[in-house]
Design a protein around this ligand. Structure first.
Ligand code: SF4
Length: 494
């Protein structure tokens, strides 16, 4: 039974961050390293704010956790200091709680009943509780390899090693199948490895999970593009089932902007991937922001990742542009009605460190120098509206043009779906209108025995959805191979 008055005794307190000067001197995570005792005490206090609601919106429903994380239960266990029980309960629904604890924008917190009004002190810090349970689990060896008791003799290939592929692979390995994960890049992890900067999640958190998976029996092959380095016929001959977890990495471009072709104008991932490789020790990034005026188009997560990366690379200035007006800064605003997704300004630690954000603006053109390199961007003030067909339009609202210096422009305006790959041609799979891979109600694509999950199916989305889809596709593949499955299936195909 939760403490029903906990939220009256304690207000929401975020995890303390390191001073800005200190964190800009390295690439480590932005949060301060506390002693285990101090951290656990702070987090127990925060967990004690949970009311164990009769209808816990955090836990499920359209706005809550897609994994069905048993949030009120582990909040209460943490409040009581029962960390191992909390670890068991958390790992029952989430293979990688440290990934979600560090990276997920927390729809659970947006849905928390305590987020109704500032008078309630703010949502329970569910993410921090989740991440701390995971850390305590590693520190105390609660996380151990779960080796299957029996092998089924069935073989499964998982193509792609992001969070969806890893979750599917771990579930299927634990169910007794022989699972091999194929990754075209040189290291395992997909977006977790080369899309997420070190200051958001240090890669040691990924590596220890991969070690756990190897100990459980999952095999990994890197530097192998299936469909090129491994022929589709060979793939089909070797495996009883295939899971496509290839992501949705086709970056949205806007070639209609005059000057897009100039040198120094890049898609966001062209900046982030080599920067993350440099952090892995692979040598200097060819697209560094050092000594440059950086302009980022797009106000979302990827833009914020570019922002923090450019700052750490030593940019002279960083400006992030958003078409939309600045949202309210708190939920105590009539434009931000609970329980909808909080229509409030989302800030990231990177925004506290350096640079500025500009709202209700759009790029009119990139301006080049005599050598064909971008030297400035021209901006117009805009509003966003819908045309008669409901399509989004960005409309200028004044004739005034503002010019900003710019040596490096980064387009972080979203992803358009799955990249073209010979594997899909070889399997005879066509993309949907949304650029994703379609499937039936059991996650099976139009190619028999080939399943899909994660961004490749859903389109670019949250890490928590990727893990949820990976777990669900594992249930479907297990049932396909054995006739029935007891693996959990938290979500259904869209
Ligand atoms: Fe606890 Fe908030 Fe979930 Fe209610 S909605 S059970 S207060 S975390």
């Amino acid at each position: 039974m939760a403490d029903p008055k906990g939220f009256l005794k304690h207000t929401r307190a975020e995890a303390p961050k390191r001073p800005v000067d200190e964190r800009l001197g390295d690439w480590h995570e932005v949060y301060a390293a506390l002693s285990a005792e101090e951290r656990n005490e702070q987090v127990s206090t925060q967990a004690s704010r949970c009311m164990d609601c009769g209808i816990p919106f955090c836990h499920s429903g359209s706005a809550g956790c897609p994994l069905g994380n048993l949030i009120p239960e582990w909040n209460d266990m943490v409040r009581r200091g029962r960390w191992q029980a909390a670890s068991d309960r958390l790992h029952a629904t989430n293979n990688f709680p440290e990934f979600t604890g560090k990276l997920c924008p927390a729809p659970c917190e947006a849905a928390c009943v305590l987020a109704i009004s500032p008078d309630a002190g703010g949502a329970v810090t569910i993410k921090r509780v989740e991440e701390t349970i995971a850390e305590v689990s590693w520190e105390n060896d609660y996380v151990t390899p779960q080796v299957a008791e029996e092998q089924t003799g069935k073989r499964v290939a998982v193509v792609g090693s992001g969070p969806a592929g890893l979750a599917a692979a771990q579930q299927l390995t634990r169910a007794g199948h022989e699972v091999t994960v194929y990754e075209r890049d040189d290291r395992i992890g997909g977006l977790l490895r080369y899309g997420i900067p070190e200051f958001k999640m240090e890669k040691s958190a990924l590596d220890r999970r991969l070690a756990q998976m190897r100990d459980e029996g999952t095999k990994f092959v890197t530097g192998c593009e299936v469909g090129v380095d491994l022929a589709v016929e060979e793939l089909r001959a070797r495996y009883d089932a295939v899971v496509l977890a290839v992501g949705a990495l086709r970056g949205r471009d806007d070639t209609s902007i005059p000057g897009r072709e100039l040198e120094g104008v890049h898609l966001a991932m062209e900046h982030l991937v080599p920067a993350n490789k440099e952090c892995e020790g692979d040598g200097p990034s060819p697209i560094s922001a050092k000594g440059k005026h950086v302009v980022i188009l797009g106000g979302g997560d990827t833009g914020a990742d570019c922002y923090g990366t450019a700052t750490r690379q030593g940019a002279l200035s960083v400006t992030q542009l958003d078409n939309y007006p600045q949202p309210p800064t708190s939920r105590d605003d009539e434009r931000s009605p609970w329980p909808t997704w909080p229509y409030v300004l989302r800030t990231y630690p990177a925004h506290e460190e350096f640079g500025e954000r500009k709202f209700a603006v759009a790029i009119e053109s990139f301006v080049g120098d005599d050598e064909g390199h971008v030297r400035a961007v021209r901006l117009r003030h805009v509003k966003v509206q819908r045309d008669e067909n409901g399509r989004r339009q960005v409309v200028p609202i004044s004739d005034e043009v503002e010019e900003l210096p710019c040596d490096l422009a980064l387009l972080a305006i979203g992803f358009e779906g799955v990249e073209h790959m010979p594997l899909l041609d070889g399997l005879g799979i066509e993309l949907t209108k949304r650029g994703t891979i379609g499937c039936g109600s059991n996650w099976e694509t139009t190619a028999p025995g080939v399943f899909v999950c994660g961004d490749a199916h859903r389109g670019a989305s949250l890490v928590v959805w990727a893990i949820a889809e990976g777990r669900s596709v594992a249930n479907a593949v297990d049932a396909h191979l054995t006739g029935a499955s007891e693996l959990p299936s938290p979500v259904h195909p869209t």
